[in-house]
Design a protein around this ligand. Structure first.
Ligand SMILES: C[S@@+](CC[C@H](N)C(=O)[O-])C[C@H]1O[C@@H](n2cnc3c(N)ncnc32)[C@H](O)[C@@H]1O
Length: 396
């Protein structure tokens, strides 16, 4: 029997009766220190103030009104962020210079953190079957069951997380079409989704190393940090006989297993839970590490933010030791971090040289996703200049 390790939270209800329930957060957010039971009679200013002070608002009113309350809180956060921006932009000078991209990014992350902290305070009760026992609540059981699995007791979780679960459920059902696979990949909750097709095409079209082709059935490729398994599937479809794909996130490994099965390549791909490399050598090693150096604010951001570029540097530093003679490493990386002042091109090149690697070639692509052309995005200048590349690396 599995022991439920979710923490217990306690509060007093409107009849002054002590209550308790499990606290559940897939992003691993801690429970609020205080909980107040609230309903439709609460006004948005008071709700916002209480949430900012760290009080969890356990909603017992109408479900749709909880969503309206969330929107009212979003408006209050947005206007606070705007006020902070105006203040930072004025900086005491009559004609203020625009914020540097780095400062704009720091502000953007602060705004994101504020949003998740404050909005995460609007809480809902859930029954043990994941039903929300509130008036006008939709049936959210399939979406939650898919992400959380079965639970044995009623619990409390945030409305914001519920909304994320529902949207992930819909995306997973729909899948992402991957041209190179002539099929779809379905990303599980919190698993990196290959919405940006340009990097998948790099792996689909770059010439395979000669040593991989000549080694026939014995040839091996590694896919480091496989996520949905998309790159491992592309390599298998290209005829690579054996691919070993790693990830540290169990959700990614489960997701990759399903996708590889559904794409009918699972007999060629072995999934391994590992920090970076599996055992042995490979003729080809691909890796698409998180693109931005920085601290993830929750476990949902591990595929995007990499503290101190740990995965990127670990991949480069370990590559030569895991390459078979004549083998190649294919590093997929966007230069967004460079445009945001988080890493320099010189640093990246120094890590490549220090690892005893040379660059055989590089292919670049401009992102085609909608955000790259969204002029209202605070990071538009960086996003519109961004280039995604695949670096073909070999031992010097
Ligand atoms: C940007 S995602 C790329 C996923 C997939 N390869 C793709 O291209 O869509 C990075 C992946 O690396 C995984 N990861 C992060 N650190 C890792 C490590 N030290 N070892 C193995 N995998 C890691 C993450 O869980 C995530 O699935």
């Amino acid at each position: 029997m599995n022991i439920d390790t979710a923490p217990q939270i306690r509060w007093t209800d409107n009849q002054d009766q002590p209550q308790q329930a499990r606290w559940r957060s897939l992003a691993d957010y801690p429970p609020p220190k205080r909980i107040a039971v609230v309903d439709d009679t609460l006004d948005a200013d008071t709700a916002y103030k209480m949430a900012c002070e760290g009080t969890g608002l356990l909603w017992c009113g109408d479900f749709h009104n909880a969503k309206l309350m969330m929107q009212a809180m979003v408006r209050r956060i947005d206007s606070k962020v705007l006020r902070t921006k105006i203040k930072a932009n004025k900086a005491g000078t009559p004609i203020a210079p625009p914020l540097s991209m780095h400062d704009a990014f720091v502000q953007y992350r602060k705004a994101q953190a504020l949003r998740s902290r404050v909005l995460g305070m609007l809480l809902l009760p859930f029954d043990a079957d994941h039903c929300v026992p509130l008036r006008r609540a939709p049936d959210v059981r399939p979406a939650i069951l898919q992400a959380r699995g079965p639970v044995e007791e009623h619990y409390v979780a945030s409305l914001r997380e519920l909304q994320g679960l529902i949207s992930a459920y819909e995306w997973r059902e729909k899948g992402i079409h991957v041209g190179a696979l002539k099929g779809s990949v379905h990303a599980h909750y919190a698993v990196f989704s290959p919405v940006r097709g340009e990097y998948v095409d790099f792996v689909a079209h770059a010439p395979l190393p000669d040593c991989l082709k000549s080694s026939g059935k014995a040839g091996v490729a590694f896919d480091i940090g496989t996520g949905t398994g998309v790159l491992a599937a592309v390599l298998a479809r290209r005829g690579v006989n054996r691919v070993v794909a790693t990830d540290m996130d169990p959700r990614a490994l489960t997701c990759a297993a399903e996708n590889l099965e559904q794409l009918k390549v699972s007999s060629r791909v072995e999934l391994v839970s590992a920090n970076l490399f599996p055992e042995g050598l490979a003729e080809l090693i691909v890796c698409n590490p998180p693109w931005l150096p920085g601290r993830p604010t929750s476990s949902l951001e591990h595929a995007v933010y990499d503290p101190d570029s740990r995965m990127l540097r670990g991949f480069l530093a370990g590559l030569t030791a895991h390459l078979a003679p004549g083998g190649e490493g294919w590093l997929i990386l966007s230069d967004l971090a460079e445009h945001l002042g988080l890493r320099t091109r010189e640093e990246l090149q120094a890590w490549i040289s220090a690892a005893g690697l040379v660059v055989l070639s590089r292919v670049d692509a401009k992102p085609t996703h909608a955000r790259a052309t969204d002029t209202t995005d605070p990071l538009f200048k960086a996003r519109s200049a961004e280039v995604t590349s695949m670096w073909r690396l070999a031992a010097a």
